[in-house]
Design a protein around this ligand. Structure first.
Ligand SMILES: [Zn+2]
Length: 112
């Protein structure tokens, strides 16, 4: 399979690290750095468990996500996304870099 989008330095991470107890930082190839509060990322999960695939209805109850939620493991999914296993046991979410960069741009790099 050929990924249809042109790889872009805007959406190519050069470093992904946990920069604080609640912050996941991504440094992009274009020099920008985005800091994602981890709970906001958990709430932004768009997997089939959290968002109904057919209706697009948001099914995740934010109140059910612990305040101290944290990523246990961040793994790469192909070359275009990361998967996160969370401390609440949720591990089906995939975060495409395109979407992460769009989230960061929308929030001025400061989610939550
Ligand atoms: Zn999910």
């Amino acid at each position: 399979m050929v990924w249809p989008m042109e790889p872009s330095s805007r959406t190519t991470p050069v470093e992904i690290r946990q920069s604080g107890p609640r912050i996941l930082s991504i440094r992009w190839e274009d020099g920008e750095e985005s800091a994602f509060p981890v709970r906001a990322l958990r709430l932004a999960c768009a997997c089939a468990v959290c968002v109904d695939e057919w209706t697009g209805e948001y099914k995740l109850d934010p109140a059910a996500v612990p305040e101290d939620i944290r990523p246990l493991k961040v793994s790469s999914v192909g070359r275009y996304a990361i998967g996160i296993r969370w401390s609440d046991g949720h591990d089906t979410g995939i975060y495409p870099f395109e979407r992460l960069r769009a989230l960061a741009d929308r929030e001025g790099g400061k989610l939550g």
